[in-house]
Write a protein that binds this ligand. Structure first.
Ligand code: FAD
Length: 476
């Protein structure tokens, strides 16, 4: 157990704070958990209904029967700029389970490495956005021409990209900015298309600009990278304890199949496979596909057709991950076993993530694992001599929603077409791409909307980190 124990007096004082209002949050992903915990803290009595038998949604872990190991459905990373996600972790007492690093290492076939990250120029630390310039300028992965091209593109993104300009595709913009093949392959495809999980031509410039500014320009803190040192579902089990300690509850295996507004009781009545639920307020914290499935089983309302039309505009992109256990340590290869010492791995456990992997996802398990090992051997000469002890392939076909030009028009706010019902989920209007931070923001926005509607407004959305250095002067 990693959570701060709550003393009996504290527990009683939580219970005494109840506003008496009840809310059902549907969906136990990051969006639903962050909404539920913020509402419980605000004194509402919450029931969190989750279809599966564990929390975490698309960011979860499970015992893989093929390898008899607990694995994450995929490596999930967060960044310092994820203020709502880190705020949620602090609320549920698991912030100390995140390992932070500022350095990103690029490895080329043959093993040559370049480190990118905040670095000093002799005795001087340069102000943002130049804090990583010394390591970038000395990175061997990029030629001089690549560096000039990337510098040109970064300079153009120092100001926020707003309005119609943000609706150009990243691919078209990069062609206009005359990016070299090296810059395209080793930065824009490797880092940005992976972070946004789509092809360059399917990404709106506004989202790419946001990622670049947050991860590389605003400050060293905003760009530092975090990873959980425990399996994701264990991390998120903290939310269940937090809710229970505040007189709220989590209902597992409770797939909500319809929702009806009961005029007599002024409550939402929900049908689940596990029985009926009722509450005055409802938060639907579902992925867009599940929301589209539930919509025909919701009451008719003005705006429901418009919501259905918005849902149809969304498209998901797959991410595959290959988990490999070798019988020995492989020099320079990132070893997940070291981040998670409780695993007691004797050799090395590595995870390869293939983003925007529509082609890779078509491969069979054997083909995918063989390709992963073959490509790994190009980067790490020790791989062919190591024995592969076991391997797993995880295909997440609906991993993230895409952020193509124009998508903002199809991202609804937390206000739904129905009274006392609010929307959350990473795909709603948060301004962020498909990430845990977007999910946490959406949950906090929905919780704020409920508190406002019961006449007890409170600020729940965490503010963004302030840009530092020169970025303070040019960020407006
Ligand atoms: C392979 C992969 C890699 C990723 N990598 C990263 C990363 O590195 N960093 C990052 O920030 N993000 C990453 N993401 C994205 C991130 O996981 C999601 O953006 C985020 O978890 C979405 O949270 P959510 O709560 O909005 O939705 P979900 O996590 O999908 O949660 C929705 C929940 O609703 C439940 N549900 C569905 N229907 C019903 C119903 N009818 N009744 C009750 N419950 C229902 C589901 O079971 C689920 O638990 C990745 C995602 C995947 C799949």
């Amino acid at each position: 157990m990693y959570f701060t124990p709550i003393r009996m007096e504290e527990r009683l004082s939580h219970l005494q704070q109840f506003s008496g209002k009840t809310v059902t949050v549907v969906g136990g992903g990051v969006a639903g958990m962050s909404a539920a915990c913020a509402l419980a803290e605000a004194g509402l009595r919450v029931q969190l209904a989750e279809r599966r038998g564990y929390l975490g949604g698309r960011a979860s872990s499970y015992l893989h029967p093929g390898v008899d190991e607990v694995i994450d459905n995929c490596q999930h990373v967060l960044f310092g700029c994820c203020t709502n996600l880190t705020g949620f972790y602090r609320r549920i007492g698991v912030a100390d389970r995140i390992h932070w690093t500022s350095e990103m290492t690029m490895i080329e076939p043959g093993g040559r490495r370049s480190s990118l990250g905040p670095s000093a120029l002799g005795p001087f630390t340069l102000p943002a956005p130049l804090h990583s310039a010394p390591s970038f300028l000395s990175a061997k992965a990029f030629t001089f021409a690549d560096k000039l091209a990337l510098g040109r593109a970064f300079a153009a993104l120092m100001r926020p990209v707003q309005g119609e300009a943000g609706n150009e595709s990243l691919g078209a913009w990069l062609r206009r900015k005359r990016q070299t093949e090296g810059a395209l392959n080793r930065f824009w495809r490797l880092v940005i298309a992976s972070a946004l999980n789509a092809d360059l031509d399917s990404i709106a410039l506004s989202y790419a600009a946001k990622v670049i500014r947050e991860l590389f320009m605003n400050s060293a803190e905003a760009g530092s990278m975090g990873m959980s040192t425990v399996p994701l579902s264990e991390l998120y089990a903290g939310a269940a304890d937090y809710l229970k300690d505040r007189g709220s509850s989590v209902l597992f295996n409770a797939s909500v199949e319809s929702a009806v507004w009961d005029e007599e009781t002024s409550q939402w009545a929900l049908a689940t496979r596990n029985g009926a639920l009722a509450s005055e307020f409802l938060v639907l914290a579902l992925p867009f596909e599940a929301m589209a499935k539930l919509l025909p089983h919701m009451p008719a309302a003005d705006g429901a057709d418009a919501l259905a039309a918005k849902l149809e505009q969304h498209e998901h992109w797959p991410i595959c991950s290959v988990h490999l256990w070798f019988d020995r340590e492989i020099h320079w290869l990132y070893n997940k076993g070291r981040l998670q010492p409780w695993r007691e791995v004797k050799g090395s456990y590595v995870e390869l993530v293939v983003s925007a992997s529509r082609e890779f996802a078509q491969l069979t398990r054997e083909q995918a694992i063989a390709q992963a090992v073959r490509e790994l051997a190009e980067f790490f000469p020790a791989v062919p001599t190591a024995k592969l002890e076991k391997a797993a392939l995880v295909k997440e076909m609906g991993a993230t929603f895409g952020v193509p030009p124009g998508i903002d028009a199809s991202r609804p706010t937390s206000v739904s077409p129905w009274a006392n019902c609010f929307l959350a989920g990473d795909w709603t209007a948060t301004g962020w791409p498909s990430t845990m931070e977007s999910a946490a923001r959406s949950g906090h926005l929905a919780a704020e909307a409920i508190c406002k509607s019961i006449g007890e407004p409170r600020a729940i959305l965490a503010p963004d980190l302030k840009p530092k250095g020169l970025m303070r002067l040019i960020s407006f």
